[in-house]
Design a protein around this ligand. Structure first.
Ligand code: FE2
Length: 375
C-alpha cells in the first residue's frame, strides 16, 4: 500500500496562479429548463440569474443556481451545429466548465499560457450597468475547460448578459456549503500527464497518490492522484483505469462519456444526516453499501459525534485519518448515461478522501455496473 505526500516544490516561490475558489460549474445539457427544475426541487438550489431569449440572447439559454458558495450554470443551445449542442450530442449532459474565481483573469491566462496551456478564450472584458467582469479560459482534460473569472468590479447577479431571476418553484435548501473537490476521469496512461499539467501549467501540488493496490476490488481497479492549488481551496483528483479482471468504473465512464471528463463533484455540508435525509426524501438515489459495512466500521474509525444508527439508516460512509474523520455518500449518476455523479461530504478535521471506504464504495459501483451489463 503506497501513499506518498509531496509538500513542497522548491521551484515555486510565489503562487503565480492565486485562486479564491471555485467560481461556478457549467453543465451543457439537453434541456436546461428541466435540469434547473431538478436542481431546485431536489437539491434546493435557488435560481439567481438567467440568460435567454427574454434577455436578448438568441442562441441559448442558461440558468444560474446557487446554494451556499456553490454556483451551477445549466446551458442549452438552440442551434444544433453549436459547440454546446455538439458537446451534448457526444457526451450527454456533462460538465463543460470548471470556473475558477481569480483577482486577475488576464494574468491567470498569461501565466498559464506561457507555461504551455492551450487557449480557449483570450482575456475578454464584459460590461453592463453593474460593472465589469474579465473572463479567460484554458483547456483541461477531454473537452473540459477552466475559465478564470475576475469579478471584483462587478455587482450584478452573475455575469453581464444575465438578468436576475428568482425560482418560481418552492425551494428548500439542504445545507450545501461549497465545492470540496471535483474529480476528473482520464484515459489509461493519461493520469500522470494531467497531474504534470496541473503542476507545471497551473502551479498545483501533488497531494496524494493512490495506486491500484489501494483502489482495487476482486474485479476492477483504478489509480488516482490528487492535486491542489497553493491555498488548498481547489482540489482536483484525477483517476485513470487500471487492469482488473473486469471493466473498471473509469473505463465505463469513458465509454459512455466518449472521453475524459468530470466524474464527480463533492459538495460539503455541515450536517450530512439532514442533507441526505432531504435528498433521499426528494428522490435522489445513492449507492447502496451492505449492512455488513457497519458491523466493524466503528472499530476502524473510533468515536464519532453523530448518531450511528442514523448514519447506518441513511447508508452514510465513515472514514478517519490522522487529522480527524469524515462522513461521505455518493449518488448514482444523475443522468441516464453512467457518467457524472455527486458526493456529499462532511469533514470533522479529516482532509483526506475516504480511502478506508474505497473498497466498499467500489463494490457498490460494481453492483450497479453489473445491473447495467457494463462490468
Ligand atoms: Fe470524491
Amino acid at each position: 500500500m503506497e501513499q506518498s505526500t509531496l509538500t513542497s516544490n522548491p521551484q515555486i516561490v510565489t503562487d503565480f496562479l492565486p485562486l479564491n475558489g471555485t467560481d461556478h460549474i457549467e453543465f451543457y445539457v439537453g434541456n436546461a429548463k428541466q435540469s434547473a427544475y431538478y436542481y431546485q426541487s431536489a437539491w434546493g438550489y435557488e435560481l439567481v440569474a438567467y440568460a435567454g431569449l427574454e434577455t436578448g440572447i438568441k442562441d441559448r439559454a442558461s440558468y444560474v443556481l446557487q446554494q451556499g458558495k456553490i454556483r451551477l450554470v445549466l446551458t442549452t443551445s438552440f442551434d444544433p451545429e453549436s459547440d454546446i449542442s455538439q458537446h451534448v450530442r457526444k457526451h450527454g449532459d456533462g460538465v463543460k466548465v470548471l470556473a475558477l474565481w481569480v483577482d486577475d483573469a488576464t494574468k491567470s491566462y498569461e501565466e498559464t499560457i506561457k507555461r504551455g496551456a492551450k487557449s480557449v478564450i483570450a482575456p475578454t472584458r464584459m460590461q453592463d450597468e453593474h460593472g465589469e467582469v474579465v473572463i479567460s479560459a484554458i483547456q483541461t482534460y477531454g473537452e473540459t475547460i477552466h475559465k478564470f473569472v475576475e469579478r471584483k468590479n462587478y455587482t450584478g447577479a452573475f455575469l453581464p448578459g444575465f438578468a436576475p431571476k428568482k425560482s418560481n418553484v418552492p425551494v428548500k435548501p439542504i445545507g450545501l456549503k461549497y465545492v470540496d473537490h471535483c474529480v476528473g476521469n482520464v484515459e489509461l496512461g493519461q493520469m500522470n500527464e494531467w497531474v504534470k499539467f496541473y503542476e507545471q501549467v497551473m502551479g498545483f501540488q501533488l497531494l496524494i497518490t493512490f495506486d491500484d493496490k489501494d483502489i482495487s476490488t476482486e474485479y476492477s481497479a483504478l489509480m488516482s492522484k490528487v492535486v491542489s492549488n497553493g491555498n488548498g481551496f481547489v482540489k482536483f483528483p484525477i483517476n485513470e483505469p487500471a487492469e482488473g479482471k473486469k471493466k473498471s468504473q473509469i473505463e465505463e465512464y469513458i465509454d459512455f462519456y466518449k472521453g475524459a471528463g468530470v466524474q464527480h463533484i463533492a459538495i460539503a455540508t455541515d450536517n450530512i444526516i439532514e442533507t441526505v435525509t432531504e435528498l433521499r426524501a426528494r428522490g435522489v438515489e445513492f449507492l447502496y453499501v451492505p449492512e455488513t459495512y457497519y458491523e466493524d466500521v466503528l472499530d476502524r474509525v473510533g468515536h464519532i459525534d453523530e448518531d450511528f444508527e442514523a448514519l447506518k439508516k441513511l447508508n452514510i460512509l465513515i472514514d478517519r485519518d490522522e487529522e480527524g474523520y469524515l462522513l461521505q455518500l455518493f449518488t448514482k449518476p444523475v443522468e441516464d448515461r453512467p457518467t457524472v455523479f455527486y458526493e456529499i461530504i462532511q469533514r470533522h478535521g479529516a482532509r483526506s478522501f475516504g480511502k478506508g471506504n474505497f473498497k466498499a464504495l467500489f463494490e457498490a459501483i460494481e453492483r450497479e455496473q453489473e445491473l447495467r451489463g457494463t462490468l
